[in-house]
Structure formats: structure tokens, C-alpha cells
Design a protein around this ligand. Sequence first.
Ligand code: NDP
Length: 503
Amino acid sequence: MQLIEAPKQEETRKYGMLIGGEWVEPLSGKTFESSNPFTGKAWATISEAEAEDVNRAVKAARHAFDEGPWGRMTGTERARLLRRLAELIGENADNLALVESTDNGKLLREMGGQLKGLPEWYYYFAGAADKIHGDTIPSDKPNFFVYTRKEPVGVVGAITPWNSPLLLLSFKLPAALAAGCTFVVKPAEHTSASTLEFGKLFEEAGFPPGVFNVVTGYGAGAGAALTAHPGVDKVAFTGSTETGKLVMKSAADHLAKVSLELGGKSPNIVFEDADVEAASNGVISGIFAATGQTCIAGSRLLVHKKSHDEIVERLSDRASTIKLGDPLADDTEMGPSAFREQMDKVLNYIDTAQGEGAELVSGGNRPDTEGLKEGFFVEPTILTGVDNDMRIAREEVFGPVLSVIPVESEEEIIRLANDTEFGLAAGIWTKDIQRAHRVAHAIRAGTIWINAYRTLSFNTPFGGYKSSGLGRENGLDSINEFCETKSVWVELSGSTRDPFTMG
Ligand code: NDP
């Protein structure tokens, strides 16, 4: 069933918020505009929630959890709803992808692929919803029967970033719903539209009102109000490390559980025996796909000195032919940055790197060609001669900028790969299988690809070491992030015991 319309040229959409199953305006009546990064023009009007709107949403989620039919449903019933939601996502995937590309400027072919694959997240966790159970524990005391129950943690407050709004929401939501939680999400201010459109599917899927709520607005307003709300039992955040620390402090004030998916500065490592063509392609994909706006971007290329010149030449040749353009066009390979400040930040990093001694071998500017200069584009950029201590090698740029760091030995590679505050991902390119596993084990990061880069799945845990995060999303274990474990002790003998000894 088609519930979501494709955005039309010259149309400006106005969005309310989804609270307790109703589409509502913010109490203040305030709104802000969301721009299409390709045209630079506003295309959607978004509600600006404040603390009182967030309070309404958390109360609706609490009511649905404590008093609505959701809290009494079995896992089998929740699974049925999740499967129906998955079907609706599939039926509306094309238009959801169009909304995302219009809002964040990412390629329609990338967003189309993401959205077509999205139902699998919901089918996977639907399959798990009736298999969430505790254990019976062989008691060390003869007169007790002991078992555990897995119970939903309660109301989840989720905050998502702008780069892949619905995919990153789906790293949290189906696991939370399978566990029996209710949910309030605040998407990024620049890309709220797809999460609001997605909210339209819930009623049709048959979810009771208040199970899924969307509040929109600014991070410092609605976002901070959500993480600080005492009615939120669990905060699930994806975004920058800097904001993640604020979120964790705010959640600590009311002792909410927290999971954080944060930034990265991932190394893509090319050994001297690597398949040069496959490795170059993997490096290009790691840094220029999605305009480099991914947490897993392979932004540091650690390449053996013996292969350095050949790889850099191949990368520069390919980077200079990457087709920039309309994210909605089939032949576009790289779209614009998601918004103006992001573009400015990326250009600034490129200048700083050159000031620190890095050499620009490809890109480095905004394209000034007709049809591109209005958008927030940055050319695919390659910097050589980067030292791992430079800012460009230490800070997350979140743009199409590759830093090439020459290396000489396996020991040096492992040391530099780990010489970062982050630990989200790494790529290793080599034909030596022993070395591949040895290095994979030595790198402190949550995901390692060997002779591959940039692949993920609903059934494989994802998350970061160090400043890249806390907890894991995807995979069956992620359901535990949304559960409490309760131990139940049952006395079997019926005898009365000494009240002053521990039994
Ligand atoms: P931000 O941290 O700036 O924002 C993320 C979200 O947090 C947005 O919804 C934002 O709202 C909100 N926010 C901002 N301030 C606060 C606050 N004080 N309290 C609560 N919420 C707040 O990140 P970006 O949106 O710029 O996303 C890019 C970052 O996300 C990168 O660092 C990237 O690596 C990381 N990321 C991590 C992933 C992972 O799984 N590890 C995946 C994808 C991205 P608003 O938009 O209004 O500012």
C-alpha cells in the first residue's frame, strides 16, 4: 500500500509531529525550514519541538507502555506487527528513498538500495520477538527454583543523525520493538522528513498509538530535552562523539541506560602484496561513496611505501573522474555535502591540512562548473604526505577527503591504525591470510573488513571501541540493549526459616 508520496518539484511540504498516534503542531507554533542540498532551496517546513512537546511524546510512549494494549501483547503479536511494518516499508521504499535524497543530498541509488533492504531489519527482529527469554538457573540452594525473565526496558529516547536517517533509526527501532519497548525519536534537524513519513506506516501496520513517536527540532532544544527526560528509560544515540558525551552526561542525571554509536577515523590499510585494483576500488568506496559522510569512512589510508605511488596514481585518476551531480540522477557518483555548514567545515579542514604540510594531489575545492556551483559540493580530495599527528588524521572530517599516510612495516601499521581516539572500523587489503587475521585481531575497532570495505547487515553486531561508542546495534544480542533481566526466586519447601541469616 502506497502511503508516502514522492516529493514534487517546487513543492514545499509542511510537517507536524507524531505524538500518541496523532499528527500535532508544536505548542509554540514554531517551525524551521529544511533545504535540498542540491538546489540549496528550502523544500520542507519542520516543527520545532521544545521541552513541553518532548514531554507530551514521552508521556504518550509511557502510556502506551504501561496502559495501552502494547504492554500486554505477546512476542508473537509484536512479531506480526513488525512483519506488517516490514511489508509497508518495502511497498513505500522508493518514495522514502526519494524523500531522503531530497533532504540529505545522498545518491538516490544509494538511498534506494538502503531503503529496499530496510524491511530485512524488521523481518529479522520480528523473527526474534517471540524468542526473547530468560533462563532457569540450577539453584545452589536445595529449596529454590530460580529463573530469569527478559523484560522490556521501557521508553526508549532515540536521537539520529542526518547521513542515513532511516537506516540508522532501524539499527535501534526493530530491536526495541521486538523487546516490547515504546519509542520516541528525534531525527537530525536537517533530515527530519523521512522519519516523519516513516511514522505514517505505523497506524496502517496496526501498532497501537504511542508506541512510535517522532519529535523534531534542534539538538540543543528537543534533543537535549529528550535525553534529560526522567521518563526515558534508555537513550539510544547515533551522532558525533562530542554530542555523545553530552548525551551520556544528561542521561546519567536520571540514570537512564545509554548506547552510543559515534564517530570514526577508520584506517584503510593496503599492504604491499594487495590486489592493487581491488584495494584502490575499496579505498575509493570507503571515502568517496556517500560523499564521505559516513561514520565508517575509511579516511586514513595507511599504504605500504612500496605500493604508495601506484596506489596514489590510481586513486587520483579515479577521484578526478568521479561524476558529481544531481543525487537523483542514475549516473551521478557523488552528491553534495548535506548542508552548507558541513561543506564549509570540510573545505576548512583541507586548508588546515595543507597548512600543516600535507600535499593536495586531487580535488580540494568547490567545483565551479554550471549546475554544480549552486549545490554544497566539495571535490573528491586526496592529500598525501600526511602524518598521523596532523589534525586531518586525528579529527573526523565527515566529507570526501582521504589522508594518505605512508608506512613500512606491519608493526608500524598496527601502531598507527590504533593511534587514534576512535575505534569504529578498519579495512585490510592483503593476499596473506595469516597476516590478515593477525592484523584484524590487533586493531581495536568494532568492525574489520578483509579485502572489502563498507558492508553491514542487520544480523551482524555493529558499534565502536574507545570514543566510537558504547554498546552494539544489529544482531540478536542487540535486543539485550533494550531489556532488563529480572531474577525470580521461588521457595519450594514451604518451611519457615531463620529471619536473621541470609538463605
Ligand atoms: P551530531 O552529534 O551533531 O548530531 C546527532 C544528533 O544529535 C542530531 O539529531 C542532533 O540534532 C542531536 N543533538 C545535537 N546536540 C544535542 C544535544 N545537546 N542533546 C541531544 N541531542 C543533540 O552529529 P551529526 O548529525 O552531525 O552526524 C554526524 C556524526 O554522526 C558523525 O560524527 C558520525 O560519525 C556520526 N555517526 C555515527 C554512526 C555510527 O553508527 N557510529 C553512524 C552515522 C553517523 P541537530 O541535528 O538538531 O543538531
